[in-house]
Design a protein around this ligand. Sequence first.
Ligand SMILES: *Cc1c(COP(=O)(O)O)cnc(C)c1O
Length: 248
Amino acid sequence: MSLAYTQERAGELIENANSIKNKVHNLSNGKTTLVCVSKLKPASDIQALYDAGYRHFGENYVQELIEKAKVLPKDIKWHFIGGLQTNKCKDLSKNITNLHVVETIDTIKKAKKLNDTRKQMISEDPSNFGKVGVCVQVNTSGEEQKSGCQPGDELDELIKVILEECDCLEFHGLMTIGSYGASHSEGLNPEFSLLAEVKEHVISKFNLSDIQISMGMSGDFVQAIKQGSTSVRVGSSIFGSRPPNNGH
Ligand SMILES: *Cc1c(COP(=O)(O)O)cnc(C)c1O
């Protein structure tokens, strides 16, 4: 996997990313993090943005992330944002020392698997491995095909387990993927409003000082920030459109 990039490609990526970063910064008074979503894009693209100062990158596929993390700088903060199968939690935990946050935890099983395998790595190699951040993915649209926990008892129980039984995980907050319909309508996005409400509920129920909410992509990050997003995940507006994801 080559990390070499052309000046032309770097210039294009940096111009795109800086323009998004400035919008994010201005809309949020510097409070919202921009995660550059690099799935299906070459490692050299990531290296180019890294060299321009970017550190937060998001990936959707476990094997692709492992391959990229192997060759790219170790101080990148990787966000895993893809659909996660329980049996892949171990691969994430074991292979990626600089796994910053897994944003798509939606079952107790996945949380425990991630925690247990990370605990093992920390005990084997404490100088390289540390705790992993997690967000709980919330299904705010009610669409059945969308993954994520339903707000209510299911969500509360999962967060309780993370906080009380997973000592190698750090609870960062909540994540949602907006439905196509809500992301393409004008005005307040009801799914983002719901996540902001759930955030307040979680803070008060578990007596937390503050938590993150990860919502907003290329098409709707401006609206998401207006509704309180602290982390936006932007891919195509930075890297251009993606190839069809054959093989995933
Ligand atoms: C691909 C993806 C993104 C980025 O989407 P763009 O529309 O390309 O900005 C954000 N979040 C998740 C969960 C994704 O899968």
